[in-house]
Design a protein around this ligand. Structure first.
Ligand code: OAD
Length: 234
């Protein structure tokens, strides 16, 4: 089976009702990114940051995967698919994708603020108990924090993602403005000659020649990509 690697961003979840970050009315217009999603912001006001992510988790229970997530999961019938997502939601998994790498963390997980990547400290929250309370502690006694890669922090999964990109036979980019590194640089690991498809309703600069641009929303674009790659009409 050919290996298909998809790099996804907030745009794939937009049709599920989750705001993107940088579009008009996006999340970073309502909340200063430095305050709620940076390492300095966390140090300055952990309660505010935990509350912000409590709110994002609450929203996650009201949304469902959309057709784009579902069609991407269904490509597993034809390809060895790996999803590298910048999203912290769990909509790829809920749509049935079985190989998902989260570059920027996961909303439903919390961890130690002393050792965020220590597997022993990472806890998965449940629907009945998803709010981090002020002063709540992780297993190692440090303040419990979201399992989110904040700005100014290293991206631990980037090497795994770069290896996947370098092994891809087909590379697909869906719904990301490619503003944030190192994720935006993954396309440079794709071997030359490998077809690259980019699905986004707006112009996005992939900094690469030879990209097939499908200028559509994620759900329409995934339907078109499925037709192109499998010949199936969906
Ligand atoms: P952005 O908000 O920067 O970009 C969203 C992209 O989705 C844009 O290119 C939009 O044109 C596109 N888009 C909007 N609606 C769409 C739709 N219906 N279908 C397809 N595409 C659509 O979001 P990201 O690129 O994901 O990190 O942002 C990257 C990172 O920056 C995020 O992971 C987050 C953020 O700060 C952290 O919080 C650590």
């Amino acid at each position: 089976m050919k290996k298909l690697v998809a790099l996804t961003g907030a745009g794939i979840s937009a049709e599920s009702g989750i705001s993107t970050f940088r579009d008009a009315g996006g999340l970073w217009e309502k909340y200063p990114v430095q305050q709620v999603a940076s390492h300095d912001g966390w140090l300055a006001d952990p309660v505010l940051v935990n509350n912000f992510y409590n709110e994002r988790r609450r929203q996650l229970f009201d949304v469902e995967p959309n057709r784009a997530h579902l069609l991407l999961a269904q490509l597993e019938r034809h390809f060895d698919v790996a999803v590298v997502t910048q999203n912290v939601d769990n909509l790829h998994e809920r749509a049935g994708s079985t190989n998902v790498v989260h570059l920027h963390g996961e909303l439903m997980k919390v961890t130690s603020s002393r050792n965020p990547d220590d597997p022993a400290c990472i806890e998965t929250l449940t629907r009945d108990n998803f709010e981090v309370q002020p002063g709540q502690l992780a297993k190692d006694g440090s303040l419990l924090r979201p399992y989110i890669v904040f700005f100014q922090e290293a991206v631990p999964m980037i090497d795994v993602a770069a290896t996947l990109a370098s092994l891809a036979d087909i590379f697909v980019i869906i719904g990301t403005s490619l503003n944030v590194y190192p994720a935006a640089g993954l396309v440079h690991y794709v071997r030359s000659g490998v077809p690259i498809y980019l699905i986004d309703p707006k112009d996005v600069d992939a900094h690469m020649a030879d990209v097939t641009f499908i200028r559509k929303t994620a759900s329409e674009g995934m339907a078109e990509l499925t037709r192109l790659l499998t010949g199936e009409t969906v």
